[in-house]
Design a protein around this ligand. Structure first.
Ligand SMILES: [Zn+2]
Length: 434
């Protein structure tokens, strides 16, 4: 049945940056067929499922462009180490012990957290049980871009095996779940994948028109080690080997980059997933986002995993992204309020190469959330955009829809059993720690 949502304040994020103080949307076959200001005429209400938003704010669902949901049981496992030590001493040893049940519990926990905090699309980069996850995400109803990431610190045979698995996943699930599942290839990082291996992955991506995702320039150590070993920044090496052209890149982090690197990214239409909280927590630094935006790069937001965040709340990420740039540049409009919202919505969709997601407009997929403005921190209710960027929390989200289908109504998750999932997450962590 078609759905009509009326009496909402609509933050469209469309090209005209329209905000409809009171408006309605009509959804048919998972897409918006009307987005209008005012009250719907009586005939429109016949034969449709009518939801009265009661003045709630309706906006595009948030897009998380970098994460590893399979690591969600590692939240709080270690909070005070730098990236290399954190990975080598804490994360990788525990990951070796992860059972399929633990990974599944972690992912379900992450999906609950994402739905509850307004994320409707997410990128997941991981090496364990990706086909099983693709099937489960399709069932749950979230939109996702999935990839089996590879680490190339192994024999050529093992590298090839891992790449074959990545390609298999990408081809099998691309467009599944009624188009909600998309795929990429994903070398883990320049420091874990030798250049020849990245080249083979990029070739495979070009042949299949798949985008490529990789961690890049996350820490100063990564850059210094690369300079010692290869005599240049990893992005420059990608350019020297002609690996930036002919495929759509999305890089996570990009903390340690300079003017010449933004020019390369611009030249190749590469996008950046900015993960401010993860970068701060691991002491990696602050990405030069204001400079990236001046170059008209697509800068989107990511949480990274909860082992380095420790939450999947994109409202926090949006706020950190804006405030950090103002602080380090000592300028109050450096990254404007609206740009923060763009990073969390339409730019996220662009970074994941979605063409009909990320704004509330006719013809687009009906991925959206409703936010209750009843809490004191969102009063007076006047300046919606300001409140969304500087005051709102994930827990203000009351309803979540993807392709017009409700995943959460009035804070109740409809497609996952939250209570059971929370219990299972605790139980699985205890088993891991035995
Ligand atoms: Zn990551």
């Amino acid at each position: 049945m078609d759905t009509l949502i009326k009496n909402a304040t609509i933050v469209t994020m469309n090209e005209e940056k329209e905000l409809l103080r009171t408006g309605y949307v009509l959804i048919k076959d998972g897409r918006f067929i009307e987005v209008e200001a005012g009250e719907p005429q009586a005939p429109l209400l016949e034969g449709v499922d009518v939801i009265d938003a009661n003045g709630k704010w309706l906006m595009p669902g948030l897009v998380n462009t970098h994460g590893h949901t399979g690591m969600s049981l590692l939240r709080g496992i270690n909070d005070d180490l730098p990236l290399n030590q954190w990975l080598e001493d804490k994360i990788w040893p525990i990951e070796k012990k992860l059972t399929p049940e633990a990974v599944q519990a972690a992912r379900r926990l992450a999906m609950v957290e994402m739905i509850e905090s307004g994320t409707t699309s997410f990128l997941d980069m991981y090496h364990l049980q990706m086909p099983e996850f693709a099937e489960e995400v399709a069932q749950v109803g979230l939109r996702a871009t999935l990839m089996r990431s590879v680490i190339g610190l192994c024999s050529r045979e093992e590298q090839d095996e891992k790449l074959a698995e990545s390609i298999q996943l990408a081809e099998q699930f691309r467009g599944s779940g009624n188009g909600r599942i998309q795929t990429m290839l994903a070398p883990h990082a320049p420091y874990t994948c030798p250049p020849d291996y990245i080249e083979r992955i990029v070739d495979a991506a070009r042949e299949r028109s798949l985008p490529v995702h990789m961690h890049l320039a996350e820490t100063r150590k990564e850059i210094n080690d690369y300079l010692t070993e290869h005599g240049m920044h990893p992005l420059e090496l990608l350019e020297e080997r002609d690996l930036l052209s002919g495929t759509e890149w999305l890089f996570a982090h990009g903390v340690h980059m300079h003017e010449q690197h933004f020019e390369l990214l611009e030249k190749h239409n590469a996008a950046i997933s900015h993960n401010p909280k993860s970068n701060l927590k691991l002491g990696a630094g602050i990405a030069p986002v204001a400079s990236m935006l001046k170059h008209d790069l697509t800068v989107a937001l990511g949480t990274d995993s909860v082992a380095s965040n420790n939450a999947l709340d994109l409202f926090e990420e949006m706020r950190f992204a804006v405030l950090l740039q103002r602080g380090i540049n000592e300028q109050a409009n450096m990254v404007e309020t609206y740009e923060g919202l763009e990073m969390a919505t339409i730019s996220g969709a662009k970074a994941l190469r979605y063409h009909d997601v990320g704004s509330i407009k006719v013809g687009n997929q009906a991925d959206f959330i409703l936010i209750s403005a009843e809490q004191a921190h969102l009063h007076p209710k006047t300046d919606v955009l300001s409140h969304l960027v500087f005051a709102a929390k994930g827990s203000d989200v009351t309803d979540s829809f993807v392709q017009g289908k409700a995943l959460m109504r009035n804070r109740n998750i409809l497609t996952l059993d939250k209570e059971k999932i929370l219990a299972e997450a605790n139980q699985q962590l205890l088993l891991l720690q035995k």
